[in-house]
Design a protein around this ligand. Sequence first.
Ligand SMILES: [Cu+2]
Length: 473
Amino acid sequence: MNKRVSMLFTIAAVAVMGATLFGSTYTQTQIAGQSLDSSKMDVNVFDQIRSMGGLQLVMPQAFAEVDCGALENSGRKVVEFNLEGYSVELPIMGGKTFNAMTFSGQIPGPTLRVTQGDVVKMTLSIPDWEVTGHGNDMHASQMSASYFESVNPGEISQYCYIAESAGIFKYHCSGVKLIGMDQHVLSGMYGIAIVDPIDGYKKLMVEKTAVSNGKVSMDRQFYDADALEFQLQYNQLYLTPEGNYDAGAMFQHHNTATVVNGMQFGYVPNMAHNLLVKGDVNKNIFVAQPWNGLEHKQYQSQLLFVENDQHVRLFVENQGNEPVFFHIVGEILDRVTQGNRVQSAATETWLLGGSQGMIVDLVFDEPGAYAAVNHDYAAIYTGAATVFVAGDPFNLNPVLVEKGVIPAPVASYAYALGNPSDAVPPMGKNSIAHPAINIHGLYTDDVASEMQASGDYVALWEVIPVVAEILTS
Ligand SMILES: [Cu+2]
């Protein structure tokens, strides 16, 4: 397994050029994608890349064992991961829609969570009505992306691998034999796999100081490995005014939006929060409240609620083309882990390059509202602002109890409103269950309806009017 056998690479085309040279977007050409014969150098290579819509690598051998039959009988736990690849229209900020490409009708795609050593059985199916083929490349695996190639409309394909390394890993569409991969990924075909360490996560140590008899000394505090967990995936959109993928803008790094879990400003206050804090749905408690209003249903922005003095674990992935300078205004990142190795402790900001992830462990000491940002001002102002609310900073407990919304004071507002479903990963080895989860995310209406029908989630657009009536009565 994972043997890097000596092999010949036939690299048909290895060049990247600005789309200003290419002009058009990819969808049309990638469907009939053809390989480039680099031996014929009497033609213009870049014209050929342009005509076939991108790059194609031809690699004759895979790196690792991918035969499901052998791995399924290896004595390891087998975890099935089923994705459906298809294109849909989804909303963007400002009331428009864009032509999105999705895994299973949501952006990001569903999160896979396994334990180190498990076998992942990945199945990708493409409906027969889909306009293009799709692929899948999981960075948690160690196999050549070209092994899987593309799955055409009406087809199903599968591969297996052992999740050998713990950590957080991107997965993404690999395009059609790699052609158009940028369009597919930047239009929404990405997600993460969380591979929990086989021995579980480590307890968290936070360095504090204390005063005793006029002397200041170290006062280390330890938190159990179990934590309340969130997932945050950063990306950009590159769109024409009509909502199509704009390759020219991508090549020039001129993004039209910065998104966290697929949405700009998806985790800022909404009208329900205005009501709770200001007593008025129209009195904003935050400067930007773009997804504001119950009619937005699953797209209405939601806050992230945590308790004070609680171990919080964030799975952060940079899915995009720009760096992420991850910072939480008013907090210190108590521990940063990559690949099950601690990289830093008590750090203010941590840098993630493209296709890089990390696990941030921290404790919110004081009640308050904390903005997690990409500390690149252009990113903040185009969407990368996410608000955590720790404890009860607005002193709402007495009002909510008196009005009968909650029976007793709560340690976080998650007990009343839940946390947004797209920011909550599946339960893992050391997860604390969220008190409640509301339906929030860049989902199709079908996906949101299925979630509501399951009864496992709070549909806030139905609950809030009831709460509002109680509060104003
Ligand atoms: Cu695709």
